[in-house]
Design a protein around this ligand. Structure first.
Ligand SMILES: [Zn+2]
Length: 271
């Protein structure tokens, strides 16, 4: 599953040309090309991080314009680090696009078969999971940080795709976008034993350098959850870009100490 960087005016974003050929727009932004200042320089797309809403809205307008949609077609969920999945249709168009007040509450993933709706979620280290079933023409976007990974948000999203939209698991393709890489996601002993209790493949996802230093590979954990759920290995792609190692390009919550902006993951079915 090939991904590439693309430029549209001042906006640079990661995209999936193979999905685009099948009528699906997928994008992940960088921190560059926008209007925010200070720790949010410059393409902060999160309204919830303490940035001035005015440049954030200008940034969202810019992303929509560059990708070819208006904010009245964007849909955003609250992102509470849980495992609730929202089924989205045209009635939800515009929810969360211009205000936090009308985001889809309590959810971390969205599924739709509606064209011309652009599922959007915001990231700084957590992993965006992009789902696409070309047979049923269903898409989903999930926010999977360490909590969502531990709660198997990937599996919860697949369940909604199969139960609500009749998707066959073998048809579904998944792309794992940029997030904090294994070399940078250090965990303490307590978290380590907690994670070890959750996954049968525990030995593959945690590397311990010594008693005090362990790291957790969130990307691989999501990949193994997807495989366990029945997604064929060849249907899973990733870019393996670490947000913390590449702060010149991305916002990183951990690397910045917490006060930083958010990139956006966008996924939409074209008409
Ligand atoms: Zn890294």
């Amino acid at each position: 599953m090939n991904w590439e960087w693309r430029q549209r005016g001042s906006l640079t974003f990661l995209t999936l040309p193979g999905w685009e050929e099948l009528g699906v727009k997928a994008a992940f932004t960088t921190r560059h090309g926008g209007f925010s200042t200070g720790p949010f320089t410059s393409l902060n797309l999160g309204l919830h991080v303490g940035d001035d809403p005015e440049p954030v809205m200008a940034n969202r307008e810019l992303v929509g314009r560059s990708l070819g949609f208006g904010l009245d077609r964007m849909v955003c969920c609250e992102q509470v680090h849980g495992r609730e999945v929202a089924v989205v249709d045209s009635r939800h168009a515009g929810r969360g696009a211009c205000s936090l007040d009308d985001v889809l509450m309590g959810c971390d993933a969205m599924v739709t078969d509606c064209p011309n709706l652009f599922l959007t979620a915001f990231f700084a280290d957590c992993y965006p999971l992009y789902f696409f079933d070309p047979a049923k023409r269903v898409i989903a976007l999930a926010h999977s940080g360490w909590k969502g990974t531990a709660l198997r948000i990937a599996e919860a999203t697949l369940k909604v795709m199969t139960s609500e939209f009749d998707c066959r698991i073998k048809d579904i393709r998944v792309f794992i976008g940029p997030g904090i890489g294994p070399e940078c996601f250090e965990i303490d002993a307590q978290r380590k034993s907690q994670v070890e209790g959750l996954f049968t493949f525990r030995d593959e996802i945690i590397y311990s350098y010594n008693e005090n230093r362990s790291v957790w590979d969130l990307e691989l954990t999501n990949r193994l959850i997807l495989k366990e759920s029945g997604i064929p290995e060849e249907n899973i792609g990733s870019c393996r870009l670490c947000t913390s190692c590449n702060q010149d390009q991305f916002f990183s919550y951990r690397a910045s100490g917490g006060r930083t902006g958010r990139m956006a993951a966008v996924l939409g079915l074209l008409e």
